[in-house]
Design a protein around this ligand. Structure first.
Ligand code: ADP
Ligand code: TRP
Length: 329
């Protein structure tokens, strides 16, 4: 049995890139035999970007309800909220003491801020708070608190898992083998989804299609997909965004027909209408569940509270082991 653990930050509304790149594969993984999965909402990591309490609450429920609506089964997955796991923050402090400051200086998010500041001619640590700086240490605690084997993440998070291994290595060197070294689990088949403008779909580029907007909002977003100026009757490029997105929602036969129609000169307006139809057909049943959970947040709270109990029963054992190793009873 291998243990998989991953966290999702509630920093915006879930979009199609998050769904196909992270949520769907993680849910499929949880259905495999021989895997035990812990998935959590990293609300305390989101503090580095979220602007207010109201925003945190809004994004938090968006993410929690999204995962449940997409098919996360709380009987199979331990699903919880990071801030409910008090052990995490104790371990975070302990790990601070085996983390060289230089290791944090090299972390991508911090380095990017420093580079941006030097380009702008301001003090190098301008706008950097300790939450951002120590982010990788809390992430290490999240992971190693559960003796995690694998961490399913996108490529951008690989460095964080490497840092976690470094910190574990330092701890074990000082106190004897106590913590398990985690490995990243990167699904190479998982393509990067393109957004409305053809770049990677990302909230930082403001080019996303929201997963659970209304049907009308979905249609509006699809109509905004940037296309070239080829007229109806002219063959279209099969690498276009509309075709790439169509494939994700359609059966193999439908996708083949659509591509042939594009090559035969299907107009962009009609192509987008057809994309909307398959996308809405795919998303509708999940949207209904999403709306149900959004209207019954007490059910969501209960699921997460149950998840926290299960998670803490694992976490408290690992933390006891750590406390024993460092000589704190
Ligand atoms: P964003 O880029 O919108 O800020 P996040 O960084 O919050 O998204 O990503 C959350 C998860 O969704 C990560 O696991 C990430 O790899 C995945 N993800 C985000 N955008 C895409 C995309 N365009 N294609 C595939 N996966 C994506
Ligand atoms: N840093 C991750 C991200 O930005 C979120 C995260 C927090 C996480 N703690 C984690 C991911 C632990 C995996 C394991 O997407």
């Amino acid at each position: 049995m291998k243990r998989f653990l991953t966290g999702v930050k509630p920093t915006g509304f879930a979009h199609l890139g998050n769904y196909f790149g992270a949520i769907k594969p993680a849910i499929e993984l949880s259905k495999q035999k021989d895997s035990e999965c812990l998935y959590f909402i990293a609300d305390y990591h989101a503090l580095t970007t979220v602007e207010s309490g109201a925003e945190m609450e809004e994004y938090f429920y968006n993410i929690a309800c999204t995962w449940l609506a997409c098919g996360l089964d709380p009987e199979k997955v331990i699903f919880y909220r990071q801030s409910d796991i008090k052990e995490d923050f104790e371990l975070n402090w302990i790990l601070c003491n085996v983390t060289p400051k230089g290791l944090m200086n090299r972390a991508h998010a911090y380095k990017a801020m420093v580079e941006k500041n030097s380009e702008n001619g301001v003090e190098k640590d301008d706008g950097v708070n300790m939450g951002l700086y120590n982010y990788p240490i809390l992430m290490t605690a999240d992971i190693v608190l559960f003796d995690t084997d694998f961490v399913p993440v996108g490529f951008d998070q690989k460095q964080h898992v490497e840092i976690a291994r470094d910190i574990v290595h330092n701890f074990n060197l000082k106190y004897g083998k106590t913590l398990k070294e985690p490995n990243e689990y990167i699904d190479k088949n998982c393509a990067t989804l393109v957004g409305l403008d053809g770049r990677k779909m990302s909230k930082s580029y403001n080019n996303t299609i929201r997963l659970f907007g209304t049907s009308g909002e979905l249609k509006k977003s699809i109509m905004r997909i940037v296309t070239d100026s080829r007229l109806p009757g002219e063959p279209k490029d099969k690498e276009c965004t509309v075709n790439k997105l169509f494939k994700l929602f359609a059966s193999a036969e439908e996708a083949e027909k659509f591509e042939n129609d594009l090559l035969a000169g299907l107009g962009w307006g009609e192509a987008k209408n057809r994309l909307f139809e398959v996308a809405d057909r795919y998303i509708s049943p999940m949207r209904e569940k999403y709306n149900h959970y959004m209207a019954h947040k007490d059910e969501v709270d209960k699921i997460l509270a149950d998840g926290a109990v299960k998670a803490r029963s694992i976490a408290s054992k690992v933390l006891s082991r750590v406390r024993k190793a460092i000589g704190v009873k």
